[in-house]
Design a protein around this ligand. Sequence first.
Ligand code: ADP
Ligand code: TRP
Length: 323
Amino acid sequence: MRVLSGIQPSGRLHIGNYFGAMRQHLQLQAQHESFYFIADYHALTSSPAPDAIAQRTVDVTLDYLALGLDTEKTVFWRQSDMPEVTELTWLLSCVTPMHLLQKCVSYKDKIAQGLGANHGLFAYPVLQAADILIFQSNLVPVGADQKQHIEVTRDIAMRFNNAYGEVFTLPEDYIIESVAVVPGVDGRKMSKSYGNTIEIFEPEKSMKNKIMRIVTDSTPVESPKDPEKCNIFAMLKLVASPEELAQWEQRYRNGGMGYGEVKKRLAELMIDYFRPFRQKRTELERNPDVVDAVLRKGAERARAAAIPTLLKARQAVGLGAKR
Ligand code: ADP
Ligand code: TRP
C-alpha cells in the first residue's frame, strides 16, 4: 500500500497537529510505503510573506525529523521541488466540472474567515488531487476536514479514467479519528488560527505556563467533577498511562481535587513526553545543511516515482504525440 499526505507550512506545529495527524503519519511508516510532503504551493493560496514560507518549510522538516521521520524509508519532499505536479493539475482541471469545486466546504469556510477569493484557493482541491494521483496513492491519512477533498480526488480520477483510459489509481481516505479534537488553552479546538496553541517544541517553561492557564469551569475544589467535560482531562488522555488516567478519573468524580493539581501533573507528563524529541531537534538545529540534504534527496525520489504517471497522463490526453 502506498500512503501519501501533505502538510501545509503554515506556522509552528502544535500538539493538536501532533496527536491529530503527525503521530499517525509517523506510525504508518512502519507498515507502508510512505510519501509525505510540505505543501508549499497550497500555502501560497493564503498569501504568506515569502520569507515565512521558507522558514516554515525548514521548521516543519526539522519537526518531522525530530519526531521520528525515517528518511531512509519514507519519501519526504517539498511540493514545489516537483513542479510536474502543477502540470498534472492542469490536465486534471480540464476534466473537473465547476460544480465539483463550488460545493467544497473548505473554500467556503476560508472565504467566510476573510481570505481573498483567489483562483488558487478555488482550484486548491485540483492541486491536491494531482498530489495524490501522480503517485498512484492508495491511502491518504487526513483529518476529517479533508475528507471532501479526497472524494473530489476520486471523482476527478474517475472522470479522467473514463475519458482517456485507466491512468489513475483511486485513493481511499484514511480518516484519522483515533484522537478526539485536542482542545486549545481557551477550550476551543486547538488551532493556529485561534492563537490558542501549545507548540510541540516550545520551551518547557512556556509549555508549563500555558498548561497552568488552560480554562476550566469554576466547580469548587470539594465538589465532584465530570472528567469528560474537562479540557485538562482531555489532554491527560493523550499522555497519561491507563492506570494513572483511571486514578485521576476517580479523583475527579470523588471531589476534593483542585484543577491546579491535575494541571501540574499534566504539564510534567506533557514535558516528559516531548523531551526526547526536543533534544533531537536541538541536535538537528546544529547542522543546518541537514534540511537541504533531506529535501533534495526526497525530491529526487519523489520525481522518479511520479514522472512516469505524468507521462502516461500526457500521452493519454494526446499531448506530445509525434506527428
Ligand atoms: P490548524 O487548525 O492549526 O490550522 P491544520 O488545519 O493545518 O491546523 O491541521 C493540520 C492537521 O492537524 C490536520 O490533519 C488536522 O486534522 C490536525 N489537527 C489540527 N488541529 C487539531 C486538533 N486541535 N486536534 C486534532 N487534530 C488536529
Ligand atoms: N490540504 C491539506 C491540508 O490543508 C494539505 C494537502 C495538500 C494534502 N495536498 C495534499 C493532504 C494531498 C493530503 C494529500 O491539510
